[in-house]
Design a protein around this ligand. Sequence first.
Ligand SMILES: [Zn+2]
Length: 90
Amino acid sequence: MTRPSPASALNGVQVGNICDRCNRRIRTGDMAVVYATYYDPDGWVVRRVMCDCGSRTIGLPTDGADEVIVEAVWWAGRLVGVKTVDRSRP
Ligand SMILES: [Zn+2]
């Protein structure tokens, strides 16, 4: 089975709006930085939502996980315009 691209899988996904790093509130139109992982059979799952303060690199990789950092616009509870900025697997 082909793994969907994180950018298309996470586009339109519903997420909270409190930054997991600094606790700031993310408002509609603000940039959000999102860390997500891929595991079968769940697909891409959002693990952390951060405001603009979030790191654009994955850092220490988790064993065997396909991990991604995306930038997106937070729009009324959903991620839009999702763009991959870092990924643990090519
Ligand atoms: Zn923040």
